[in-house]
Design a protein around this ligand. Structure first.
Ligand SMILES: CNc1nc2c(CC[C@H]3O[C@@H](OC)[C@H](O)[C@@H]3O)c3nc(N)[nH]c(=O)c3cc2[nH]1
Length: 375
């Protein structure tokens, strides 16, 4: 990887508040709006890396919390870093680990210094400070690194949301110092503030003053209704620099993504397409299809004969139903492949529609296709 190519973002077109652009990194470009397949433990589950690339993904996610516990950051560095480890030579974005500590580990504590927790794998005690999170992401070789933050589950009281947002701001500053100057890599801040508009604006403005290379909207997709999520994006968007990428963490369904793109978001990650694939659920142009359902038992039609993805085009629903009912590994592989291909097709369609100034029509026709669902 060369640092000759600085991290950058070029806005190509806008359609109302929706944007399309290109993020440049030393390991390749990222077309936005972008969906980033989740590769938590150094693998996009049930997928080969070249399949992930071929279906159109420009970037995948790794996860600091999981990788710091296994195989460990120093070992990963000795092995040449995460890209070589997982045979993915394009950009990788890593989350900072705070969210997983709160959702996965036992016996955790948050204080000014950082998070203290016990591994959900072997119960060993760990401490992660903002500085250590940045050090770990550097040892992994991450191209886009996230600040350590405190994400509050909703609903929550105003005091708890404010306290976590202010702590996250102090941690953003410490991450910026620890990250230093790395031209080819990016540190993103994470806007917090729960469902309180004033706190959201305060967080966005303070992070913008740090002049980071990108901004995530965090603290959402944590149990709030979609309209609250959209309202918070609308609140924050005007206070984020237009020239920097915006990343909505952990989102979401195809409908969430269309709505968030319309409100100015550029990057998404979500376990939905991969996790649903492992549970027999297919995302298609015609809506969601539950292949476990007996009505597919003799349906010789594929999921989508018009798809370029072999998993959607070359296998009957009857066969997929059989694989899912038999809990066969190939069922998880084919449905994961189909779902990630569908998400990438959805993003490619959105990018083209924004370029052509017809994004509203694209959303209407895409949603109409889902309504014809449950074939
Ligand atoms: C699902 N909803 C949701 N996920 C979220 C994640 C994890 C995404 C990360 O969690 C992992 O997926 C579960 C992936 O590896 C991804 O990188 C968040 N991470 C941080 N640091 N801060 C947040 O405010 C935050 C909010 C989220 N809301």
């Amino acid at each position: 990887m060369t640092d000759s190519v600085p991290f950058g973002f070029n806005l190509l077109a806008q359609d109302d508040t929706a944007r399309t652009g290109v993020i440049t990194t030393p390991r390749g470009t990222i077309r936005t709006p972008a969906f980033m397949p989740v590769g938590t433990a150094a693998t996009v589950k049930a997928m080969y890396p070249d399949q992930v690339r071929d279906l159109g993904a420009d970037v995948v996610l790794g996860n600091t919390y999981h990788l710091m516990l296994r195989p460990g950051p120093e070992r990963m560095a000795r092995l040449g870093g995460l890209h070589r480890f997982m045979n993915w030579d394009r950009p990788i974005l890593t989350d900072s680990g705070g969210f997983q500590v709160m959702s996965l580990s036992a016996l955790r504590k948050i204080d000014e210094q950082g998070v203290t927790f016990r591994s959900h794998i072997d119960g060993t005690a760990h401490h992660m400070s903002p500085e250590r999170s940045i050090e770990i992401q550097g040892l992994l070789g991450s191209d886009i690194q996230m600040q350590l933050d405190e994400c509050v589950r909703l609903p929550a009281d105003h005091a708890a949301i404010e306290k976590a947002m202010h702590l996250s701001l102090r941690w953003a500053e410490r991450c910026r110092v620890a990250f230093g100057e790395q031209p080819g890599r990016a540190l993103f801040g994470i806007v917090q503030g729960g469902d309180v508009p004033a706190l959201r604006v305060e967080s966005a403005r303070a992070l913008t003053d740090l002049d980071l290379k990108g901004y995530a909207v965090g603290g959402l997709a944590v149990g709030e209704p979609q309209e609250v999520m959209f309202a918070m994006i609308e609140t924050v968007e005007p206070h984020l620099p237009a020239a920097k990428p915006r990343y909505l963490m952990g989102v979401g369904t195809p409908d969430d993504i269309l709505g968030a793109v319309a409100r100015g978001i550029d990057m998404f990650d979500c376990v939905m397409p991969t996790r649903a694939g492992r549970h027999g659920l297919a995302y298609t142009r015609h809506g969601r299809v539950n292949l476990r359902n007996a009505r597919h038992a003799e349906d010789t039609a594929p999921l989508d004969e018009a798809s370029t993805c072999p998993a959607a085009r070359d296998y009957s629903r009857a066969y997929l139903h059989h694989l899912v009912r038999s809990n066969e590994i190939l069922g998880m592989m084919l449905l994961t492949w189909n779902n990630l291909a569908y998400y990438q097709d959805l993003m490619a369609g959105a990018r083209a529609a924004i370029r052509d100034g017809r994004y509203a029509d694209y959303c209407t026709s895409t949603r109409a296709g889902w309504a014809r669902s449950e074939r």
